[in-house]
Design a protein around this ligand. Sequence first.
Ligand code: NAD
Length: 479
Amino acid sequence: MIAIQNYINGQFQAARSRSTLELKNPSLGSVYGSLPDSDVEDVLEAIQAAKAAFPSWKVLSFEQRFDLLLKLANGIEARMQEFVEAESMDNGKPQWLAAQSDIPRAISNLKFFASAQMNFPSESHHTPGQGLNYTLRQPIGVVGCISPWNLPLYLFTWKIAPALAAGNTVVAKPSEITPYTAFLLSTVCEEVGFPKGVLNIVHGLGGKVGQAIVESKDVKAIAFTGGTVTGRAINIECAKQFKKVSLELGGKNPNIIFDDCDFEDMMATTVRSSFTNQGQICLCGSRIFIQKIIYDKFKTEFIQRIQKLTVGNPATEVNIGAVVSEDHMHKILGYIELAKEEGGKILTGGKRFVPKGECENGYFVEPTVIEGLGHLCRLNQEEIFGPVVTLIPFETEDEVVSMANSTPYGLACTIWTENGKKAHRVAERIDSGIVWVNTWMVRDLRTPFGGMKESGIGREGGFEAMRFFTETKNVFIKY
Ligand code: NAD
């Protein structure tokens, strides 16, 4: 049994109350460890540690900070297989996916922001005849980073790396459903002698630990990735305190397929963009819009490919592993039932999958494709966050833009066409923070990342994140 501990002021410790939560392996459906069920007292202790560490951390040279962040990246890299297995065990995702994507991208986040802080420029503005302005971007102080379960270490480091690089100290809370790799990162901190109190990791429930971080007057900014409902509650609390907040929330992303696309490329990528990580990526294209002329061809081939996907033990070479928890599996299956009530036709999948052998009690859902639903029904408006996609035919550019923009969300969109003018036209009209043309989920860490509407507030990535994690001050000097 694994016993995860809090990491506060460089010390590993249980919750003060000694109370714990169960840690479950979703592919086996069994408990494999525990994590602290921390309380407000644990959070306050972490905040005190972060406050005490701030004065010395903020004045480190760029090179010193670079070296320390790089040590964390290299420390993860040196224990790659351990991190990969932990991520897969905690989340249910296939090990190959954690090895190809989650853990390497976590390492990249740390390396990227270690270097970004060295290249983060200050502006100056000359006011003719009067003087000179220059802009300082200074660390804010103690900041809170709260992350979800779908890409655990990847999104945890996406927050903490720029926060630390910008000179802040951090109180971080990973999801209580997938805390294992954040805990392993705290052991890397100890191994490499990361300064005490600079990064504090408190485990436990969102309503206790997360809320205590958000409510503390000593925490000057909150960077949150998670669901829209939680994001709204956090936003309200931050507004009361005029606290800086960055919210990366849910999505219901359109995948728009025109008849003049490169069919083979589109098909292979659409299988990935629909079902990678069991469809539990905020960027997955869950509404697939297909131009009518190629609708039947698309449907036949897509279903053939989906039926070949393998589901099962994430430690093996399967395409699809377990969804993250029993509750989440029931939520997804509930949406499939709703699809039927709303008049949808299940073209493939639609049920819980029970693998033979040791994973028979795990939480698996067949990759599911549904057609026949209007774009305004609940299934096409609400985020399911599982291996479920809908097919929706369209005729014209205007029609598809209007349907694509009809949800409360606006995170990401993919457009498939070989016509460059059309791609630019549609990209301009789509309400989403990220648009991919003829590809999906290609990430350049320098680019702004985030959503419109109920998909979030603010942008992270590159200098956007450095700006979020610093306070801006203009200084004017009279000639
Ligand atoms: P969630 O909102 O339930 O939880 C996210 C984190 O917030 C967890 O650590 C949780 O413990 C904490 N939390 C819960 N209640 C809180 C509160 N009242 N105050 C402070 N913290 C609280 O989300 P989840 O189910 O873990 O993640 C799935 C969601 O995340 C999906 O909606 C998905 O679209 C979204 N997501 C968005 C992005 C993005 O970049 N936009 C990326 C990944 C996931």
